[in-house]
Design a protein around this ligand. Structure first.
Ligand SMILES: [Zn+2]
Length: 246
């Protein structure tokens, strides 16, 4: 499903799948995250042309995870990402694809690299910041003129966040505390929302930390609205396995 936040920003969302965001620029359009599927990325390319008559001239990856980067392959334009995103993608090998139940994946690495932040302007100005936590390379994009924050997986709405083996809860909380309290937040997964989701994520991760430390009981967490109202409990189970390896 495609939702527009305003006449310049469109979000391509679909249940569990990662959101992609299309930003209409002056000379060309900008795409944040390319989805797991090259076919879907091709459709977004067509949508860009249909809605504005313009091609996508810049791609941004919020982090290395496949559901945000594997559609890169269909784009010939510059692909911007944090230095670590490129490094982590370079390390993807046969074993990595196997663990995803995928074979012969042709990936395309980001080719414009930044360390802390990256500014881009084409009729609309956006700034990409490295905000580690979900993964070390996680980045988010702020468009001040529209008050829109494209959060990557640092924020998810309505479902449990993915706490992966390389997540760092303290860095993640620090990133959330420093994010712009934007009126429009595009999460990595889930529906478009607002600044309340920053507070929800902070609350969630703080409780996860307490659970890990043993200062809050699993029973209390299960009945907490910020946990029980989120869909896909299997993600929560998986996160716990990553946090507390047996
Ligand atoms: Zn992710």
């Amino acid at each position: 499903m495609i939702k527009n936040i305003n006449n310049k920003i469109y979000v391509i969302e679909n249940d569990l799948a990662a959101n992609s965001t299309l930003i209409l620029g002056k000379k060309g359009n900008i795409l944040v995250d390319t989805s797991l599927f090259p076919k879907k990325a091709e459709k977004i390319k067509e949508f860009s042309k249909d809605i504005s008559g313009k091609d996508i001239t810049l791609v941004i990856n919020t982090h290395y995870h496949p559901d945000h980067t594997f559609g890169n392959i269909v784009f010939d334009c510059p692909i911007v990402a944090n230095r670590l995103t490129r490094e982590f993608m370079k390390k993807m090998d046969v074993d990595y694809f196997k663990h995803l139940n995928m074979e012969n994946v042709e990936i395309k690495l980001p080719n414009v690299i930044f360390e802390n932040y990256f500014e881009y302007e084409d009729g609309i100005k956006l700034v990409i910041y490295n905000g580690p936590g979900h993964t070390l390379d996680s980045s988010y994009i702020y468009i001040e003129s529209e008050d829109i924050l494209i959060a990557g997986d640092t924020i998810v709405t309505g479902i449990h966040p993915e706490i992966v083996p390389d997540s760092n809860l303290d860095l993640w909380l620090n990133t959330l505390e420093n994010m712009p309290k934007s009126l429009n937040i595009v999460p990595g997964h889930g529906a478009i929302s607002n600044e309340i989701e920053i507070e929800n994520m902070i609350d969630y991760l703080k409780k996860i930390k307490q659970l890990k430390e043993g200062s809050i009981s699993p029973n209390k967490i299960e009945n907490d609205p910020n946990f029980k109202d989120r869909k896909h409990p299997e993600l929560f189970k998986w996160s716990l396995e990553n946090l507390i390896p047996s």
